[in-house]
Design a protein. Structure first.
Length: 121
């Protein structure tokens, strides 16, 4: 089964107090870490890291042109001098994103509480 994309929006919209563990797995997939306290209550931790790459493209150019003419009754001279230069320049932007979700279950394996933290740098 392919891994689902896990976003803060999915957590905020889909995870509710009282959900079963099976329902949480359907929404978020399997947790990265599972712990159990002395009373047998589980805590699930989802810890996701993503790297985004953006590429930009800039074009810089220089162009010139010139022309000439004469007065009526004299020789008409027309000319054009042209030139051009263009250089493309790109830039790569790398962004790291992390999302940590902690879900605590009660003794009946229902969501008791959950918290999350998202960063982007």
């Amino acid at each position: 089964m392919p891994e689902k994309e896990l976003t803060l929006g999915i957590v905020q919209k889909e995870i509710k107090v009282g959900m079963s563990q099976a329902e949480v797995i359907l929404v978020l997939g399997s947790p990265n870490i599972v712990t159990r306290d002395s009373e047998g209550r589980e805590t699930w931790v989802y810890d996701k890291i993503a790297t985004e790459y953006f590429y930009t493209k800039e074009s810089k150019g220089i162009g010139t042109g010139a022309g000439a003419g004469g007065i009526s009754g004299t020789t008409l001279v027309l000319g054009l001098i042209g030139g051009g230069y263009e250089k493309e320049k790109g830039k790569k932007i790398v962004t790291q994103k992390t999302l940590t979700i902690i879900i605590k279950f009660d003794k009946n394996s229902k969501v008791e509480s959950f918290s999350y933290h998202a960063t982007k740098f």
